[in-house]
Design a binder for this molecule. Structure first.
Ligand code: NAP
Length: 281
């Protein structure tokens, strides 16, 4: 039987989801259709009718639907509830089941570098959608300390309150400047860029990388960005001898975890990751 899947968002033309999911389905020898559907904000109800009529097995979601989908769901898993954000919906008969695989995808990409968050101190730059999800995950699952630095310091404070109400864990917040990064990264084990600074197509850049002079020796440096694969942030870290990890693994793993949900089976992640990476690089 043909398995039909889709990714929805607006804009959607740039989405790399089809590359990830079609590689998986082809490698498993599954007869499939994978569509990219532009669904404007407010267009979910119409899309959901289509999805059920067309017998879709499920769909991936990107901006602007990750929160708006929630009232339409019949069930939402604990991770998605925690982040108030859904990136994967499985359709089971008439029922819509919502999941979020972003944080688990990120954690997996970092663990594969031999880094485990339990008991570690993390500094996260940014308090947007992706950074908030990771900050919540780390606070909930045993990081010793989480610090969030954001251009709009008030947004980091709001995130800290949300994290406290959900996990009873206090995180530190501050504004995002080269000086504040230097101050907070002195004894951190991982420094994470969750802003778009350095991303292809974004003109804004870090003003200085002098903060790497203060970063604890042996710390891991991570960037959510995957285009370019080596951002200036990572290049600077690498040239100073720090281990680095870019956002490609996060992207691929969130997709592979979603496929395990759609297909209800375990997948060979190392093999599939390699095949997907070859197509994305
Ligand atoms: P978002 O929700 O728009 O959040 C952007 C964050 O970056 C906010 O904290 C914002 O601060 C900050 N920021 C934006 N422009 C800035 C600037 N010029 N100077 C300093 N801070 C700035 O974005 P997002 O969805 O979280 O995405 C963030 C990055 O992660 C993007 O590069 C995205 O491509 C990447 N990402 C990667 C993956 C993956 O799978 N690898 C997944 C998701 C996201 P304010 O609060 O002050 O506006």
């Amino acid at each position: 039987m043909k398995i039909k899947l889709a990714v929805i968002g607006d804009p959607i033309s740039h989405s790399l989801s089809p590359v990830i999911h079609t590689t998986v389905l082809e490698n498993l020898g599954i007869d499939y259709e994978y569509e990219k559907v532009r669904v404007e904000k407010g267009g979910l109800e119409r899309f959901l009718k289509y999805a059920k009529d067309a017998n879709l097995r499920g769909f991936n979601l990107t901006m602007p639907h990750k929160v708006d989908i929630i009232p339409f769901l019949d069930e939402i898993d604990e991770e998605a509830k925690r982040y108030n954000s859904v990136n994967t919906v499985k359709i089971d008969g008439e029922r819509l089941l919502g999941y979020n695989t972003d944080a688990d995808g990120y954690i997996r990409s970092v663990e594969e570098k031999g880094f485990f968050f339990k008991g570690k101190k993390a500094v996260i730059l940014g308090a947007g959608g992706a950074a908030s999800t990771i900050a919540l995950k780390l606070a909930a699952e045993g990081a010793e300390a989480v610090t969030v630095l954001n251009r709009t310091a008030a947004a980091a404070v709001v995130l800290a309150e949300r994290i406290y109400s959900q996990t009873a864990k206090r995180i530190l917040t501050d504004s995002l400047t080269a000086e504040s990064i230097a101050e907070h990264c002195k004894d951190c084990d991982i420094l994470i860029n969750g802003t778009p600074l350095g991303m292809e197509g974004v003109s804004a850049r870090f003003e200085s990388f002098s903060f790497f002079d203060s970063l604890k020796k042996g710390a891991l440096v991570s960037d959510f960005i995957y285009k370019p694969q080596m951002t200036d942030f990572l290049k600077n870290a690498d040239s100073r001898g720090f281990k680095t990890v870019n956002g490609l693994g996060m992207l691929i793993y969130q997709g592979l975890i979603a496929d395990e949900i759609f297909l209800d089976r375990k997948l060979d992640f190392p093999e599939l990751k390699e095949k997907i990476a070859q197509k994305l690089i």
